[in-house]
Design a protein around this ligand. Structure first.
Ligand code: GDP
Length: 350
């Protein structure tokens, strides 16, 4: 049998499958990443992390940081399609008595899920008492200014070509980029993007990351983004463990659908994870055989959230995870998903 005929046969066989079977086939063929590919990507990320640690310790021994670490879906087995990105977390140490977090809803911006970090006690501890005072703008710790400091260092003063040739990678900072990002080409056709993410862990466990508000108006510039990622992924995994469920598989399928369909690219992991967690509160059956039904329900739920223009975060219902989408983007996403309700398999033909 020729190749074309074989393909046609395969296609015919596929048509006979139910949505449920299609989803699992899509999962195997497109979503899941071979473990060797994941290992190579993790290795490259680790090499870069090690270089940066050495560099920062040597160049700026007094910068108050905790040890940097790698994180993201590549480390939680939630990455899909290609192993192509990771976050390098850079935990900053702040003096408790000099900086205090203010929730976004208590500011004039009234933006739950974002925070300001205010400098306190300037009269007793004047400017310069805290290392991070150099990144203070208008009395607040500015994530933008922190990213600029790191950008100067990481993009400006590290000899990446030299390090790259030692490691046998091609490394370059990505400019312009919303945050600070390195592109690592670790094989001729394999690229990894490492996102440099400064992080504050406040006393009550609130994690804030220096990732700007997407619709960055000037008044948003000092805002820190609260991260719920650790709690979201832990919850999803725990629920699956309790009932041998398919929530993580469902998340990976919808993530892949969004990654492969440009019209859905604006939906991110956090929104999709929360939509599944909300659905888990209503729906008990997440057995492997229920993937098709749950996937359809998820699509309907997303359409509903988009119609309402609101997707609450399950760890703080005041947070609207759609708040960084424009009304037009919300309409377009809603329309694409609404059309898919009558032909969900169209989402898998990418
Ligand atoms: P994926 O990128 O779609 O595979 O999803 P991830 O679960 O890896 O999420 C990565 C995204 O979440 C990035 O855009 C990060 O900026 C953002 N993010 C928010 N909080 C965190 C955090 O605590 N850790 C990491 N790694 N990423 C976070």
């Amino acid at each position: 049998m020729g190749r074309g005929a074989g393909k046609a046969e395969l296609q015919k066989a596929r048509m006979r499958l139910s949505l449920q079977e299609h989803l699992w086939a899509f999962f195997q063929e497109r979503v899941a990443i071979p473990s060797e590919e994941q290992a190579l990507a993790r290795r490259a990320a680790l090499d870069i992390c090690a270089e940066l640690r050495v560099f920062l310790h040597a160049k700026l021994p007094d910068m108050p940081l905790r040890e940097m670490y790698l994180s993201g879906s590549l480390y939680d087995d939630l990455q899909v399609v290609t192993a192509d990105h990771a976050q390098l977390m850079v935990p900053m140490i702040l003096e408790k008595n000099l900086w205090s977090p203010i929730p976004g809803e208590d500011t004039i911006m009234n933006l739950p899920g974002f925070w300001l970090v205010r400098r306190e006690n300037l009269e007793y501890f004047p400017r310069g008492s805290s290392y991070w005072d150099r990144c203070m703008v208008g009395g607040y710790l500015s994530p933008k200014s922190i990213l600029e400091v790191f950008e100067k260092l990481v993009a400006g003063s590290i000899n990446w070509p030299a390090i790259g040739s030692v490691l046998d990678y091609i490394i370059r900072p990505v400019v312009p980029s919303e945050t600070l990002m390195l592109e690592v080409q670790y094989e001729t056709d394999r690229r990894l993007y490492v996102d440099f993410l400064p992080l504050l862990v406040m006393e009550d466990g609130v994690s804030l990351i220096a990732k700007p508000h997407r619709l960055a108006a000037e008044r948003h510039e000092n805002l820190w983004r609260q991260s719920f990622r650790v709690a979201e992924t832990a919850k999803l995994r725990a629920l699956d463990q309790e009932d041998a469920g398919c929530r993580c598989a469902c998340l990976k399928v919808i993530k892949a659908v969004c990654k492969l369909n440009p019209a859905l690219a604006r939906l991110n992991a956090s929104q999709l994870t929360n939509a599944i967690l909300l659905l888990s509160e209503q729906e008990g059956d997440w057995t492997q055989e229920a993937l098709g039904d749950r996937f359809m329900q998820l699509l309907r739920a997303l359409v509903g959230h988009l119609e309402a223009g609101r997707l609450p975060c399950i760890f703080n219902l005041k947070v609207n995870l759609f708040c960084e989408l424009t009304p037009q983007e919300i309409d377009e996403l809603g329309y694409t998903l609404y059309c898919a309700l009558s032909d969900p398999e169209s989402l898998l033909r990418t």
